[in-house]
Design a protein around this ligand. Structure first.
Ligand code: IMP
Ligand code: MG
Length: 192
């Protein structure tokens, strides 16, 4: 499928903590992700020229995307980190969202772009956006690497979307299953 994702890793190899019984199949190659991140970075650069841009990374899943995206934006910007957890170690949402701040985050008057790995039920983002607006940000937008097509209506807009994907569980490029696979350089479907 990918063709250009660099040296192919045989399914079941130990990179990313892969178990033999859970084989990741490449869905989005390294090349495809790199190109898309460059495009998103260019759009954010155009949209936020002259603004007080803060790229807020949602830990842990967005950490890889955020690291690449912030380097694709050609503007002065600040980076901040929030930890939001709505999932346990399984693949179904728990319905609860806990938000932890990393350092005191100063957002009054700033233009925030929340960097998220994937929008699934949207519960995490809805909670995060409320939390950020309470902090007095001048504007709050979302940049999500992945958008799961689930046919649900979210109470917020996602301004920047990397890829729309079908409703399947994916791992890699920051996304985990039971804390593993985050270091895969591509996005993969987990086949059990
Ligand atoms: P939501 O609150 O249901 O939108 O879920 C958001 C969070 O759940 C994401 O930030 C991910 O950390 C996690 N998540 C949702 N879908 C997946 C997936 O397919 N693979 C890995 N993590 C996922
Ligand atoms: Mg997760």
């Amino acid at each position: 499928m990918s063709g250009k994702s660099g040296p192919a890793r045989p399914p079941g190899e130990s990179a990313g903590g892969v178990h033999a019984a859970e084989r990741p199949r490449v869905l989005l190659s390294e090349d495809a992700i790199r190109r898309r991140v460059a495009e998103l970075g260019a759009r954010i650069t155009e949209d936020y020229r002259g603004r007080d841009l803060v790229l807020v990374c949602l830990l842990k899943g967005a950490v890889v995307f955020h690291a690449d995206l912030c380097r694709a934006v050609g503007l002065p910007l600040r980076v901040e980190f929030l930890r939001a957890a709505s999932y346990g170690s399984g693949t179904a949402t728990s319905g609860r969202v806990r938000i932890d701040e990393v350092d005191g985050i100063e957002l009054a008057g700033s233009d925030v772009v929340v960097v998220e790995d994937i929008v699934d039920s949207g519960l995490t983002l809805a909670a995060i956006l409320d939390w950020l607006r309470d902090r007095g940000a001048r504007s709050v937008e979302v940049c999500a690497l992945l958008w799961k097509e689930r046919g649900v209506d979210h109470p917020f807009q996602v301004r920047y979307i990397g890829f729309r994907i079908e409703d399947r569980f994916v791992v890699g490029y920051g996304l985990d299953h039971a804390e593993l696979y985050r270091n895969l350089p591509y996005v993969a479907l987990l086949e059990t």
